[in-house]
Ligand binder design. Structure first.
Ligand code: ZN
Length: 257
């Protein structure tokens, strides 16, 4: 049983075959999915997916789409969060330091969403690229009651430790499948069994050998196999840990799927 803790199944690239994508995932043992929000215009599609029994959703404003976020989008987010039933988190939110020109605005939006996570006691789903130290510092100060997920963690073993010590979980995805990701492999080996979730970030983050292709949740079993190998553990143990961790993170009942 696998839980894809982060996949954008609302994206247009799944419009033509979304049902088949779900079917392939289930056939590969991936039976639950968390779909985060990215832009306000897509929230409706995210919420619609949340109607499915096998999908849970979060809403947020993703830093990658900074140019698309309007002045009133934060207010709209708070409105949905305040009235919305069934959101398991706030996100995807965060900072991506590759886009330096918008960094200040990214931090503003991120900060506002972290405040929402604090106020509504929801876990934050955090996109954090080349900004691990600054983000960890801010999370420490904020002391969010429901903590959250460092999605697609890509930092060092020390940075992993810092997030774990703050009570955050680390998202492990396709990046781990690349042989060159030595630092990430070292970080992964040092993460305790209760410190990570598995995710694909579909349609992004293709696995090694699948570059240029659309990613989909059915491929999560390949990530599992690689994680198990790197950690020297049995895949069943890794899957069970990740399954429990994802349920704990999003405060879901551990039910058989
Ligand atoms: Zn994402």
């Amino acid at each position: 049983m696998l839980f894809d803790a982060h996949c954008h199944l609302d994206f247009d690239s799944f419009d033509a075959d979304r049902e088949a994508v779900f079917e392939r995932a289930h056939a590969a043992g991936v039976s639950r999915f968390m779909v985060p929000g990215t832009t306000r215009e897509r929230w409706k599609a995210v919420l619609a997916l949340g109607e499915r029994a096998d999908v849970v959703v979060a809403l947020g404003l993703h830093p990658y789409f900074i140019a698309r976020h309007g002045a009133d989008d934060l207010e709209a987010l708070e409105e949905v969060v305040a009235h919305g039933e069934g959101l398991v988190g706030i996100g995807e939110c965060g900072v991506d330091a590759r886009f330096e020109a918008t960094l200040e605005r990214q931090w503003e939006l991120f900060e506002a969403q972290l405040q929402l996570a604090k106020q509504y006691r929801l876990p934050a789903i955090i996109h954090c690229v080349h900004a691990d130290d600054q983000v960890a510092k801010r999370l420490k100060q904020l002391d969010l009651p429901a903590r959250g997920l460092i999605h697609a963690f890509g930092g060092s073993p020390q940075q992993a430790r810092r997030f774990l010590d703050l009570g955050y979980l680390l998202g492990v995805g396709g990046a781990i499948t690349y042989d060159r990701a030595k630092r990430l492999h070292r970080a992964l080996r040092a993460i305790p069994g209760d410190g990570f979730v598995l995710e694909t970030d579909s349609p992004d983050m293709p696995l090694a050998g699948r570059q240029g292709q659309r990613n989909e949740p059915a491929h999560l079993d390949e990530t599992l196999a690689r994680v198990a190998l790197l950690r020297g553990q049995d895949p069943g143990t890794v899957a069970a840990n990740a399954w429990d961790n994802t349920h704990r993170l999003f405060r879901l009942e551990v039910a058989s799927p």
